[in-house]
Design a binder for this molecule. Structure first.
Ligand SMILES: [Zn+2]
Length: 177
C-alpha cells in the first residue's frame, strides 16, 4: 500500500473511532495517526518514510528485512504499552491506532505480514488481497476519503479539529514569547 492510502484509510478509521468514543479529533490525535500509519515502513528504503529516514531504513532492512519486525503485532503491542505508560497523550493514542491500522492494511496486501515475529516468521495475509498501487488500492483510497469526509462533516469533527489547531498555535506562541 502506498503512503497516501495508508494515511487516508487510517484517518478514516481514526475519525470513526473518535466519533464513537470520547477521544476528541484534535491536531495531536490526527498527527499521531498519520505518523503511526507511516512509521512501520521505516524498514523499506524506497518507502515514503524510508526515503526521509536519513539512512536508518537501510539499517533496519539489513537487520530485519522489509515487513519484518516493524510489521509484527507483538512489536506493536510493546510500543503501545511503553507509550501508554510513558506518555499517555492524544498523540500516543493516535500513533498506536495508526500503527495498528498500518499492519491490518498490509495484512490485506498480496505480500502479507509476519504478525507474530519474532516467534513465527511466517507472513499472514487475508483471503481477499489487493496489489500495491493496483486498481483495488485506488478504490480503497477513494472510499476512505469519502468515509473520512462523511464522518468529519456529519459528526462535526472539523470544528473540534480547528479548535485544537487554535489552542495548539496559542500555546506555541506563548512558549515562544
Ligand atoms: Zn507496510
Amino acid at each position: 500500500m502506498r503512503y497516501h492510502t495508508h494515511i487516508m484509510t487510517s484517518l478514516a478509521v481514526g475519525a470513526c473511532i473518535a466519533s464513537q468514543t470520547s477521544l476528541p479529533f484534535t491536531v495531536s490525535y490526527a498527527a499521531g495517526i498519520v505518523i503511526g500509519s507511516l512509521i512501520p515502513d521505516i524498514d523499506e528504503p524506497n518507502s515514503y518514510v524510508g526515503r526521509r529516514s536519513l539512512g536508518m531504513a537501510n539499517k533496519v532492512k539489513q537487520a530485519f528485512g522489509h515487513r519484518g519486525m516493524t510489521h509484527s503485532l507483538l512489536v506493536w503491542a510493546v510500543i503501545a504499552i511503553v507509550l501508554l505508560i510513558q506518555s499517555p497523550s492524544l498523540f500516543s493514542y493516535g500513533f498506536i491506532i495508526g500503527y495498528l491500522l498500518h499492519i491490518i492494511e498490509d495484512f490485506f496486501s498480496v505480500q502479507g505480514v509476519p504478525l507474530f515475529w519474532p516467534f513465527l516468521t511466517k507472513r499472514y495475509k487475508s483471503i481477499v488481497t489487493y496489489r500495491t498501487a493496483g486498481l483495488l488500492e485506488r478504490v480503497i483510497y477513494y472510499i476512505s476519503f469519502g468515509m473520512f469526509v462523511y464522518i468529519a462533516v456529519s459528526r462535526d469533527l472539523f470544528s473540534e479539529f480547528t479548535q485544537s489547531v487554535i489552542v495548539f498555535l496559542q500555546t506555541t506562541i506563548q512558549r515562544l514569547m
